[in-house]
Design a protein around this ligand. Structure first.
Ligand code: ZN
Ligand code: ZN
Ligand code: ZN
Length: 192
C-alpha cells in the first residue's frame, strides 16, 4: 500500500514529493517568520500550482483500479501446490489459493502456541471457544490425541518429565502430563 501510494504521488504530484520543494518551503517559512513574506502570499503561490495538479490527478486516476498484491504465506495449497495468500474476509483473515477461481481452496490461519502437546509432543494451536474464550489444543485430529487446555502453554519445561509447563489464572506453572503432576512452587517474592 505504501509503495503504491508513493508511486501515485510521484506520478501525480512531482513538485510536492521533491526534496527541493521541502527545502524551498523551509526557506519561505523562514521568510514569513522574518516578515519578508506573508503567509497568504506563500499559500497562494503554493495552492495555485497544487490545485492544478490535484485536478489533473483526479482526472488521471478516475478510472484507475489498483490491485494491491496479496501477501503470500508459506502455506502450500494442498490441492494445486501454489503458495497460499492472505485474504481479509468477513470473519477476519484467512488463507486462500492464488489460483482462484480455478482452485477454490481456503484454509483457516493456524496460530501456534509455545511448547508442545504433553500427550503426544505435536504442536499446540491457539483456538477460540464459541464464547470467545481462548483455549489450547493439540494440532493433531481430536480422535488421535484430544489434548485440550484452558491453561496457556509456556516456553518452560517440566523439571520432572521435560514436558511443556502450563499456567492458568493462578499463574503457577504446572505440568499437564497425567503421569507427572508437577507444580512449580510459588516463589515467596513473586507478586500475584
Ligand atoms: Zn490451489
Ligand atoms: Zn497431542
Ligand atoms: Zn512433568
Amino acid at each position: 500500500m505504501g509503495f503504491i501510494t508513493t508511486d501515485l504521488m510521484t506520478e501525480n504530484f512531482k513538485d510536492i514529493v521533491d526534496l527541493k520543494f521541502t527545502a524551498e518551503m523551509e526557506e519561505k517559512l523562514d521568510k514569513i517568520e522574518h516578515g519578508e513574506k506573508t503567509y497568504l502570499n506563500v499559500l497562494e503561490d503554493f495552492y495555485s500550482g497544487f490545485e492544478k495538479s490535484l485536478r489533473e490527478a483526479e482526472k488521471n486516476m478516475e478510472n484507475v483500479h489498483i490491485n494491491i498484491p496479496d501477501e503470500v504465506s508459506d502455506v502450500t495449497c494442498d490441492l494445486c501446490g501454489a503458495k497460499m495468500v492472505y485474504k481479509n474476509g468477513r470473519f477476519g483473515k484467512f488463507l486462500a489459493c492464488p489460483n482462484f477461481p480455478a482452485c477454490r481452496n481456503t484454509k483457516a490461519i493456524i496460530n501456534y502456541a509455545d511448547g508442545a502437546c504433553p500427550k503426544c509432543g505435536a504442536r499446540i494451536v491457539i483456538r477460540r471457544s464459541p464464547k470467545g474464550k481462548t483455549y489450547y489444543a493439540c494440532e493433531r485430529p481430536r480422535e488421535e490425541c484430544g489434548f485440550m487446555s484452558w491453561d496457556a502453554p509456556t516456553k518452560e519445561t517440566c523439571p520432572q518429565c521435560g514436558k511443556t509447563l502450563f499456567k492458568g489464572i493462578s499463574r503457577v506453572k504446572h505440568c499437564l502430563n497425567e503421569n507427572c503432576g508437577y507444580t512449580q512452587k510459588k516463589k515467596t517474592d513473586e507478586k500475584s
